[in-house]
Design a protein around this ligand. Structure first.
Ligand code: FES
Length: 181
């Protein structure tokens, strides 16, 4: 387990793949389908996995409800800091018997503030220390309040026995033109 790293890079791209995938509802090559949630306007979400590393980020049996673990994905750059959580509530893209294990990049999509505060009661990440954006971790990181307009990038997860494997990303990490270098 490691701790979140700070980010100093500026956002320079405006590519919004998540928005396209949410509204198109189509699967693309090298993608996986995520189950839909009430209030999300598609039957399934397609998220990219092609080219992404498969990285073990934890063990299901070691997770405790609402206790964050930190890791980096898809590489070890500063802005790849991510959080792994067992929410104790079914979530979009969640894995495990209860569908409640999720992971997200923790840089705010507005201007890259580091989201270090998890609100267990609301299953939310934030408020951002810069402009108070807060994100719903049960709904693919959708914005709840604040200045951000895009959801948090969700790390796509698979289970291999007890091992939790990161396999891809839904959304663009703040400060990058593309997630993979
Ligand atoms: S950087 Fe997070 S709300 Fe502005």
């Amino acid at each position: 387990m490691n701790t979140p790293k700070s980010n100093t890079k500026k956002k320079s791209g405006c590519f919004n793949r998540r928005e396209f995938l949410f509204t198109s509802g189509v699967a693309v090559s090298g993608s996986i389908l995520l189950p839909a949630l009430p209030g999300i306007n598609t039957e399934a979400l397609a998220a990219e996995t092609i080219g992404y590393p498969r990285k073990k980020i934890g063990r299901l049996s070691k997770l405790k409800n609402n206790e964050p673990m930190y890791f980096n994905y898809p590489d070890d750059e500063d802005n790849s800091s991510s959080i792994l959580l067992k929410l104790d509530e079914k979530a979009g893209g969640g894995i495990g018997d209860d569908g409640d294990v999720v992971a997200f990049n923790i840089l705010c999509t507005h201007m890259g503030g580091e989201l270090s505060q998890y609100q267990a009661a609301d299953k939310a990440l934030g408020p951002c220390p810069f402009h108070q954006s807060t994100f719903d971790l049960t709904r693919h990181g959708m914005i709840i309040s604040g200045h951000a307009t895009e959801s948090l990038p969700q790390v796509l997860l698979e289970l291999e026995g007890d091992d939790i494997i990161a396999v891809g990303l839904l959304g663009l990490i703040y400060g990058r033109h593309q997630n993979l270098s």
